[in-house]
Design a protein around this ligand. Sequence first.
Ligand code: NAP
Length: 268
Amino acid sequence: MKFSILSRGDEKSNKIRTQIKDYLVEFKLDYDEVEPDLVISVGGDGTLLEAFHTYVERLDKTAFIGVHTGHLGFYADWMPEELEKLIIEIARNPYRVVEYPLLEVTITPNSGAEEDRYLALNECTIKTSEGSVVLDIEIKGDHFETFRGDGLCVSTPSGSTAYNKALGGAILHPSLEAIQVTEMASINNRVFRTIGSPLILPSHHTCLFKPLNDRSFLFTIDHITRTYKDVKSIQCRVAEEKVRFARFRPFPFWKRVHDSFVSDEHSK
Ligand code: NAP
């Protein structure tokens, strides 16, 4: 099996990265940063997001696993003190793969130039630094509402505990093939009206955003930021691709939610 390791870059994570690499090479596993079967992220969720985007072109051939070195570590289930156990598991035992849904975002320019397609593990946000975001929202081809406000967030189920949660969105179990649209400070008065609630769309419902003013838009795809001028439409839907996580032991989603947001006393 071929593996690669991504570190957050701090001293502790780099040290763990070297330890894992040396041990796994001793166990006759191949270190390969180009075509790894298993990608080990050492750090926090930000490191796992980076690992995901580094290997986004080969998601069907790559599984991810996270080692947690401080911070929240929602995606990272192994602690530094369990390193020996993890290394033996990787070297000796086949892993189970769990697959989670992703968000597909397609940005089409007005100019007729080629569209850009992105995959997000957490979410995509649409904002502007030039006043309000004003856009028509279509769901499954039908006009739903005109949004005016700070912006919108479209998240995956596993990203529902990230930015989406801070915007009052629901937490979705990642076995649900869905995306969630949440508002950022919509303007609601006699003239402008939006639904005001988060919307959860199934995989066969596509959401289309059509800008009504010629603002330059600021898009975030997980930790990546892109600026676009002259946008015709932004299409969001559940992607055909999935992210694959390697599991050597159970890592129940609701336990992770509990330990990250309620109390981690039971995990000690
Ligand atoms: P960051 O601002 O350095 O960290 C964002 C925080 O979100 C970190 O504590 C991170 O955990 C945590 N996080 C990431 N994915 C998560 C998930 N799926 N569930 C629960 N928590 C999660 O930014 P970053 O490290 O580059 O990560 C980018 C992410 O930040 C975006 O995808 C977005 O979801 C999130 N974000 C959140 C807000 C907000 O809540 N108001 C605003 C902007 C961006 P670790 O500490 O373990 O890395």
